[in-house]
Design a protein around this ligand. Structure first.
Ligand code: ADP
Length: 414
């Protein structure tokens, strides 16, 4: 079976992991890039990485998978040359086109958002770009094209924000009414083989000529695969800048009001929601060192609930849908250890409420939670969360999305 290489494109760096068939990491690397919107710099990072992987390892890489930020898109000509600015996943410049989009898209569809991939296509058209015979590609699609040379290929996970419907394995009928003659990607199930590495690349970088490039995924799905969660009712909470929940379910659930949507993973669905609370609020009040020191001083068995709702600015989407929801951060104790404890407790309540909202929408009851992201190493928080969630709270087996997408390329997504 040989080794598998996972590439994870973030906003500031390409992270790579090479794993063996048992999932053991044989090599990892990180190549920073200065500008997250430059396809040229993504490309340079890949060639730099290939040049750095020791010969004994790269000789034996038989599978490559790619994960990227979901919703980052670019437009190319028929040769795969980018012809318009890359629009990042969180770029909302197209928001003013929402009323126009509503003429074509059914109410409550998840693409009716200022950052969806589909609205970005409307923006390209609004800029006067002729879309005839052009290719709309996600970041991952374009990088895959560089490796296997086939233009216009994507995966179900990246294509969800474009409007692709994994329930029918196709674009919905209303796509026929959209006002462009652009080439939409042909969509593959994540992890399926798409094609072998281009011969000139195999030769230049000493890769096997049979090395397969597999359909990719998004960075958050790759992180889920890395977590070790694999049972219905398993949740994965990402404690990063924001609080993101995902839950394995036998049903697909979409709820536009709260931003809840589902990705297919094997025969199951991964239902997700994201709150605006999270580590960014902690960073606002504490340094990293204070977070470590004060957390160690908290007695997690003493309940300290000050009924906070920690936000940096008004507005919440999930688990409460209220664009005007005000942060609640008072009363503030004099002792910073108590203040931190109240914040961590409040976020654990929001997490529990989030899983409850998913259940109310039809998802299974939470059975256990894996944890990823910067807050996952905080054991005090883990104890507090376990008390409030009432289920076992574990740390993800692997934290790296690059590991998850390498596993997917090996054919072991779930
Ligand atoms: P993202 O990729 O979403 O920006 P990361 O997964 O890198 O975020 O996590 C960064 C977050 O982790 C920061 O916002 C920080 O508040 C939080 N964090 C870091 N260390 C701790 C800690 N010891 N306890 C709680 N949270 C922490």
């Amino acid at each position: 079976m040989g080794l598998a290489l996972g590439l994870d494109f973030g906003t500031s760096a390409l992270k790579a992991a090479v794993i063996d068939p048992q999932g053991q990491c044989q090599y990892h690397d990180r190549i920073p890039f200065r500008n997250p919107t430059s396809p040229v710099l993504w490309e340079v990072a890949v060639w730099q990485l290939f040049g750095q992987i020791p010969r004994s390892i790269i000789n034996n890489i038989h599978h490559i998978g790619i994960a990227g930020t979901s919703g980052t898109v670019l437009l190319t000509d028929g040769q795969g040359q980018p012809i318009a600015p890359t629009l990042m996943y969180n770029d909302n410049r197209a928001g003013f086109l929402l009323p126009e989009l509503k003429h074509y898209v059914p109410a409550n569809h998840l693409v009716l958002s200022a950052t969806s991939s589909l609205i970005k296509l409307f923006w390209y058209q609004d800029q006067g770009i002729d879309l005839q015979d052009k290719y709309l590609l996600h970041q991952v699609d374009w990088l895959g094209f560089l490796l296997h040379g086939k233009l216009g290929i994507s995966d179900e996970h990246n294509s969800l924000k474009l409007g692709y419907d994994p329930g029918i394995n196709n674009y919905p009928d209303w796509f026929a009414g959209l006002p462009f003659a652009v080439n939409y990607p042909q969509v593959f199930i994540p992890g399926t083989p798409v094609g072998t590495i281009q011969p000139r690349l195999a030769q230049e970088f000493h890769l096997p000529t049979t090395c397969q490039i597999h359909a990719g995924t998004t960075d958050s799905m790759a992180a889920f695969i890395a977590s070790g969660a694999d049972q219905i009712g398993d949740g994965v909470t990402s404690l990063g800048s924001t609080l993101v929940l995902k839950l394995l379910s036998q049903h697909r659930i979409d709820d536009q009001a709260t931003g809840v949507y589902s990705h297919r993973l094997g025969n199951l669905w991964l239902v997700g929601g994201a709150s605006n609370t999270g580590g960014a609020v902690l960073n606002h009040f504490f340094s990293e060192e204070e977070l470590l020191n004060f957390s160690a001083q908290i007695d997690p068995d003493i309940v300290l609930d000050l009924d906070y709702y920690p936000l940096l600015r008004p507005g919440e989407r999930f688990p409460i849908h209220d664009p005007n929801l005000l942060p609640r951060l008072t009363p503030r104790p004099d002792n910073p250890v108590h203040f931190l404890q109240a914040l961590l407790t409040a976020m654990a309540h929001i997490e529990a409420q989030g899983y409850q909202v998913l259940k109310n929408l039809g998802a299974p009851k939470l059975q256990r939670v894996f944890t990823s992201g910067g807050g996952s190493g905080n054991q005090t928080w883990q104890t507090i969360r376990q008390r409030i969630l009432g289920v076992p709270v574990l740390v993800s087996a692997q934290q790296e999305a690059a590991w998850g997408v390498a596993r997917l390329a090996q054919g072991d997504g779930l």
